[in-house]
Design a binder for this molecule. Structure first.
Ligand code: 13P
Ligand code: SF4
Length: 368
């Protein structure tokens, strides 16, 4: 036995994580799927975990909900359901499985628990956070409501349960315009993503008061990046996530949630494309679209990347780390999430947010 095999055995205690001929045979169909994006040399390190996770899921009746930003070996080889934030929230509400392992960040696991309070929701790493979720607290929202009495609060799903509990309704990147307009009012508070709010404001007459939260991944993309990409790759289609700054959206061909981008690539089949978002997206979309040329300047989300095959296995083995929410907070947060989930399926926003209209009606507030 090699030292590497000994270490793997020690790591997972009773589970043998050697790359045996049996493991190779049982996982061969999965490697075929990802061979386009996972180098062959890496598979012997992944395959034993893939097999162990899939066996343990069956044994425990657990499911894995994976966000589109998970690495390809998680997304394609162990996930039962994949999607954007809205799809994952709906799947969590619908599943009969009693154990949900959330391969995503903490606010996603909290959303699953809010919608499925009787189920066990596990997150492989409690530190998998989000710069948007960390930018605002429930107390901040209470102060905003005092400052703007009677103005309804729309909170991005990328927030804590405390923030959701103070909100009238949640939204995601795929339904933000629809949610804002569903309230039938002239003015809303939309927290915490400044750029999402500014991008939504170009699509609606509703006045928006927002918060100075940013996604640390998407705020880094610039208008100049897009110009350079177009100059270097004539004819390329540029797809951007609405957490990007408004001038990046103006320069894109299409804007939408992570799943809307997948839909665009599948339907339009561009010769070459750049997904202006997190790095794993291109790998995951390339698996189903091997003939499309993906140009890959991208930014990594350090929080999403905390989730690995190793900690997913640990999570299932030891039932860690369970996401728990105070019952009163969860009940109030559920109303806001459920109101969003109950809306009809959103129309895809594309081709892009109408960035030719300056988002003049956005008021940016900071409550001291
Ligand atoms: P989506 O809902 O579009 O998947 O976005 C989630 C997210 O965290 C993007 O950064
Ligand atoms: Fe949060 Fe941005 Fe990471 Fe999404 S990509 S989880 S918004 S930090």
């Amino acid at each position: 036995m090699t030292q590497c095999e000994i270490n793997h055995k020690a790591d997972a205690k009773s589970i043998d994580l050697s790359y045996t001929p049996e493991v190779q045979k049982e996982t061969a169909h999965l490697y075929d799927k990802v061979s386009h994006v996972v180098p062959e040399i890496e598979w012997p390190a992944f395959a034993p975990y893939v097999k162990a996770i899939n066996d343990l899921k069956k044994e425990k009746g657990a499911i894995i909900l994976a966000h589109n930003y998970m690495t390809p070996e998680i997304f394609n080889c162990v996930a039962d359901f994949t999607g954007d934030s809205l799809q994952l929230a709906k799947l969590a509400a619908e599943t009969d499985a009693q154990i949900i392992v959330q391969a995503g960040v903490h606010f996603m696991a909290e959303t699953s628990k809010i919608l499925s309070p009787d189920k066990t929701v596990l997150i492989p790493d409690m530190k998998a956070g989000c710069s948007l979720a960390e930018s605002i607290t429930g107390e901040d929202v209470r102060l905003l409501k005092q400052k703007y009495p009677g103005v309804p609060v729309v909170s991005y799903v990328n927030t804590s349960a405390d923030v959701k509990a103070e909100s009238d309704i949640c939204c995601t990147s795929s339904n933000a315009v629809q949610v804002v307009e569903s309230l039938g009012v002239d003015r809303v508070i939309m927290t915490p993503d400044e750029y999402l709010a500014k991008n939504v404001a170009t699509m609606t007459d509703v006045e928006i008061i927002t918060w100075k939260g940013r996604c640390e991944v998407h705020e880094q993309f610039t208008y100049e990046d897009i110009e350079e990409l177009r100059a270097a790759n004539p004819g390329i289609k540029v797809l951007a996530h609405p957490e990007c700054p408004p001038d990046v959206m103006a320069a894109a061909d299409f804007a939408g949630s992570t799943s809307d981008m997948i839909g665009y690539v599948q339907n339009e089949k561009p010769d070459s494309v750049v997904l202006v978002t997190e790095c794993s997206m291109s790998d995951n979309v390339a698996v189903e679209n091997p003939d499309i040329d993906f140009i890959r300047p991208c930014n990594m989300c350090p929080h999403m990347k905390r989730i690995t095959l190793q900690n997913i296995l640990h999570s299932l083995q030891h039932m860690e780390h369970e996401v728990l929410i105070d019952e009163d907070v969860a009940a109030r947060a559920r109303e806001a999430v459920q109101r969003m989930v109950d809306l009809p399926a959103p129309k895809v926003v594309g081709p892009k947010f109408k960035t030719n209209q300056p988002p003049a009606q956005v008021e940016l507030v900071a409550v001291a």
